[in-house]
Design a protein around this ligand. Structure first.
Ligand SMILES: [Mn+2]
Length: 422
């Protein structure tokens, strides 16, 4: 049985339908106004997963009565054949879809991508990766390695974030990635305190034109994509100077926290527990530095640790960089400060791929907030935190394959230097 057959079989079993017709669309091109171009196309991951191809305007159908799958693909118009390269014809011409449906009267038609239950049925199957998917995920990690190796060798004082992004992404592409898995984050010095990429005011995209200064912490969160599968890697490193004691301490704190968390990624483990353990480790380090005061359990439950570590430990990875199936059935996101950004809340199982990405940040929006300063007056040394202004953040992230044995680190070939080009 091919991977595709077994994926379809698992999905059909999850759905447990008897009579319905299910429609799974690949999605359409979105035109950019005023041009004859389109936004970059990514097939809907549900379609890519079950069809193993991804062209716009294709449809996969499932006839529950006959337990039968059918693929419908577009045919190039004569105009398109002039302006664009023709693609291979996929399945039955999509123009015949309506006729196909009409020949199955009195059946309920369901759109899987927008039907919560059907979408979940695919999502639950997508959690467990088969060998073909693992091959792509491993290959994607290798393209990331090429980019990060370039960074380690070349990122130096005076270079801008944007120059680093361009140099790094070129290596992803040269190594075979047709695209990045998401928009690369290249954040130097104070910019590392912002957790994610955002759009700049002057139409430039972050990474910015800020030049690296000696002793900056440089945080890079980036990865290549292969066959639609993402790689998601973060490294943080001091550039061009001996790390300060605090940089050295916090970097090793995050590195150790990650190591412990990775080792716990085994079948049967509760992700939420691994996350809370990472918050305790990071919080304990902050007590040692004098930034937090008190008992570690109450510092985690009060939300004091979350001021410095506001995000979740990681997320599932696959066709989407934040893959489907993060929340186990009947579990709801918590509003607790240390849990509200948790993207995964489930028991780990063999075949899952998850990122493990603890971090520590000095985020002005949180530390300068008068309400936080009031609430956490007895737990946080805000004066000391103020001295850390400009430090930015440290995050270390790898992609982990949960197996019956030792966790497999897909991105293990990517070095973790504390300092580069010094
Ligand atoms: Mn990530």
């Amino acid at each position: 049985m091919t991977s595709i057959d077994s994926r379809r079989e698992r999905v059909a079993k999850n759905w447990g339908l008897t009579d319905e017709i299910v429609i799974i669309r690949s999605g359409s091109l979105v035109p950019i106004d005023g041009t004859d171009m389109h936004y970059p196309y990514q097939p809907h991951p549900n379609f890519a997963y079950l069809a193993a191809v991804g062209v716009p305007d294709a449809v996969l159908t499932y006839d529950a009565q006959q337990n039968h799958w059918e693929t419908f693909g577009p045919r190039a118009t004569s105009d398109e054949l002039v302006w664009e390269q023709s693609s291979q014809d996929l399945g039955i011409p999509v123009a015949e879809l309506e006729k196909w449906i009409a020949s199955r009267p009195n059946r309920k038609i369901c759109e899987a991508n927008t039907d919560l239950r059907l979408n979940q049925g695919i999502g639950e199957a997508r959690i467990y990766k088969d060998e073909d998917e693992l091959d792509d995920l491993r290959s994607a990690a290798l393209t990331s390695r090429a980019g990060f190796d370039w960074v380690f060798a070349n990122a130096s004082v005076g270079m801008t974030e944007r120059e680093i992004q361009v140099g790094m992404e070129a290596e992803f592409f040269k190594a075979g990635a047709p695209r990045t898995a998401y928009q690369s984050i290249v954040a130097s010095g104070p910019n590392g305190a912002f957790l994610h990429f955002f759009y700049g005011q002057d139409d430039t995209l972050r990474p910015t034109s800020r030049s690296l200064e000696a002793g900056d912490m440089l945080l890079i969160d980036a990865g290549g994509q292969i066959g639609g599968y993402a790689s998601d890697v973060t490294r943080s490193m001091v550039v061009g100077a001996k790390p300060t004691d605090t940089q050295d301490f916090l970097w090793h704190l995050i590195q150790r926290t990650q190591e412990v968390a990775i080792d716990r990624c085994r079948p049967g483990a509760e992700w939420r527990e691994i996350h809370l353990e990472s918050a305790k480790m990071i919080g304990s380090g902050l007590i040692e530095l004098g930034l937090l005061k008190g008992d570690i359990d109450s510092l985690v439950s009060s939300g004091a640790v979350a001021l410095f570590y506001p995000h979740g430990l990681g997320h599932l990875i696959g066709l989407a960089v934040h893959d489907s199936g993060g929340y186990q059935k009947s579990r709801e996101p918590s509003s607790h400060p240390q849990l509200r950004y948790l993207r995964t809340d489930r028991v780990l199982g063999k075949g899952m791929i998850t990122s493990v990405e603890p971090g520590v940040y000095f985020i002005e929006a949180l530390l300068q907030d008068p309400e936080n300063q009031h609430t956490f007056a007895n737990e946080v040394n805000f004066e000391l935190a103020d001295d850390m202004k400009g430090f930015g953040g440290i995050r270390i992230e790898d992609d982990i394959h949960v197996t019956d044995n030792e966790p497999e680190i897909l991105s293990s070939a990517i070095a973790k230097p504390l300092v580069i080009n010094w």
